[in-house]
Design a protein around this ligand. Structure first.
Ligand code: KG4
Ligand code: ZN
Length: 336
């Protein structure tokens, strides 16, 4: 069964063609990063215009690269929640139109569940239930995952997402956007014990997260209590930036690892799945890997291209929803 996947929830126009849930025939991501960099974050209006301009071309390219004809496609899938409403609507409207014209089923999927599914594309034998941690620019959420399609939310951030904290701290340190990959890289040259930033655990037993405090702690550390950036202050030296980045990253990673392991133990999970852009983080992979191994819990995460927003994870998950006959009608809505 061949499924075309569409993912436009934020700033990537992503289209993929996937056969039987795991065979990725094409996976194209048209990144808008350059358009948003100078604003230091995603500008919804710019994202929507860019999706509209590129989506048809990206679909054409995905079909050509998959070496199939449009008539070979058996179903259209799209992420319809959560995300920027305008951006979601462009993907959803395109998906509905294709489904209607080609007279093939429409399958809508949750973007976060698709991030969890990304691991399944590369690790076929995952034993459920698992604890899934989705960490991205917009989300930090823990789920109990009973199957490819069944997820129960058990915790999440009450303010900033982990990726958002990386991006905001990057801005304070004068790095580019998105700053996650750069913080990851420069942290390798820093001392993660140089500065003891606060770890917010939200009380014993809590599976919720809070990352806005650490962002403020980094800001105060750099500028003193005066939050107005004093341009006359000497710029941070490279080794100071590396120490700050490594210490910040360590604090975020510690909380993510501790809560995920706590959840895995509490719910007797048979594994842990890590997904989303921040799942690329090398320190998170290392520390969660060590902690899981210590408790004999298998850890799964996708390769970096499948951590970031992509449509292969959407089309892959849709295959399982299709098996369960979970189709959507043309009245289905986008939910931000
Ligand atoms: O999943 P994603 O592509 O988009 C959203 O759904 O948000 O995640 C993007 C986020 C950005 O905040 C980016 O800074 C972060 O993932 N990120 C990283 C790394 N690579 C990407 N954060 C930390 N370390 C990384 N290596
Ligand atoms: Zn995402």
């Amino acid at each position: 069964m061949i499924i075309l996947g569409i993912e436009t929830s934020c700033d990537e126009t992503a289209i993929a063609v996937v056969e039987d849930g795991v065979k990725v025939l094409s996976n194209i991501v048209a990144s808008q990063q350059k358009l948003h960099t100078r604003f230091g974050g995603v500008v919804p209006e710019i994202a929507c215009r860019a999706h509209t301009e590129s989506i048809i071309t990206v679909i054409d390219n995905a079909i050509i690269e998959a070496n199939i004809k449009i008539s070979d496609i058996n179903a259209i899938s799209v992420a319809n929640t959560p995300g920027l409403i305008g951006a979601l609507l462009i993907g959803l409207t395109t998906a509905k139109t294709l489904s209607w014209i080609l007279k093939i089923p429409l399958i809508t999927v949750n973007h976060l569940h698709a991030h969890i599914y990304a691991s399944k594309i590369e690790h076929e034998n995952i034993d459920y239930p698992v604890i899934s941690l989705v960490v991205s620019g917009g989300h930090t959420t823990l789920f109990i995952t009973q199957s490819e399609t069944r997820h129960t939310r058990i915790g999440g951030t009450i303010d900033d997402a982990a990726g958002e904290a990386f991006d905001k701290v990057g801005k304070i340190l004068g790095l580019g956007y998105p700053a996650g990959p750069e913080i990851d890289n420069i942290s390798r040259n820093g001392n993660e014990r140089a500065i003891l930033f606060p770890r917010s655990y939200m009380g014993k037993d809590s599976l919720d997260f809070s990352f806005s405090g650490i962002k403020t702690a980094v800001l105060y550390h750099c500028l003193g209590q005066d939050t107005k950036i004093d341009r006359t202050k000497p710029r941070l030296k490279d080794h100071e930036i590396a120490d700050l980045a490594a210490s910040f990253q360590e604090a975020v990673v510690d909380v993510l690892v501790d809560k995920t392991i706590y959840a895995a133990t509490k719910f007797s999970a048979r594994g842990i799945i890590l997904g989303g852009g921040v799942a690329s983080n090398s320190r998170l992979r290392q520390k969660l890997g060590e902690a899981a191994k210590h408790r004999d819990i298998p850890l799964y995460y996708p390769s970096k291209t499948l951590c970031m927003d992509n449509a292969a994870m959407v089309a892959g998950l849709a295959y399982h929803k299709c098996q369960e006959k979970e189709f959507s009608g043309l009245e289905v809505e986008a939910i931000p």
